[in-house]
Design a binder for this molecule. Structure first.
Ligand SMILES: [Zn+2]
Length: 109
C-alpha cells in the first residue's frame, strides 16, 4: 500500500522552472498553483507515480533509474490526463503558443 502523499500548491517562483516536485519520505508533492487545471491534474498523477515507484523499488530493494522512472511517470500521466499532458507539453515548449490556443478555444474557432 502506498502512503498517501501530502499535496501542497505553491507559487510559481518556489519551484520554477518545474511544474511539480515529489519527495520520497515523508511522501510530499508540490504543484505550481498558477497552472491550468488540466495541467495540475496531469502533474499530480505524474508525481504520485514517482512516489509509488520509489516506494515499490525500496521495498524490492532495487535501484532507481531516473530516466526510466521519468518515462514511466510520463506515460502514466498521459494515460490518466491526456489533455493535461498535451497542454503541459505545449507549455514546456512554447508558452506563448498556449496563450494563443486558449484564446482560440475561448473564441471557439
Ligand atoms: Zn517526473
Amino acid at each position: 500500500m502506498m502512503k498517501k502523499p501530502k499535496i501542497t500548491y505553491v507559487s510559481k517562483s518556489k519551484i520554477y522552472p518545474a511544474f511539480g516536485d515529489a519527495h520520497e519520505s515523508p511522501p510530499r508533492i508540490k504543484i505550481r498553483e498558477d497552472l491550468p487545471k488540466a495541467v495540475k491534474k496531469y502533474v499530480l498523477e505524474h508525481e504520485k507515480y514517482h512516489i509509488k515507484d520509489w516506494q515499490r523499488l525500496a521495498k524490492e530493494n532495487k535501484k532507481y533509474n531516473w530516466v526510466w522512472g521519468e518515462i514511466k511517470a510520463c506515460v502514466y500521466g498521459v494515460l490518466k490526463h491526456p489533455l493535461g499532458a498535451l497542454l503541459c507539453g505545449i507549455m514546456t515548449l512554447h508558452p506563448y503558443r498556449l496563450k494563443f490556443y486558449l484564446q482560440r478555444i475561448k473564441k471557439g474557432e
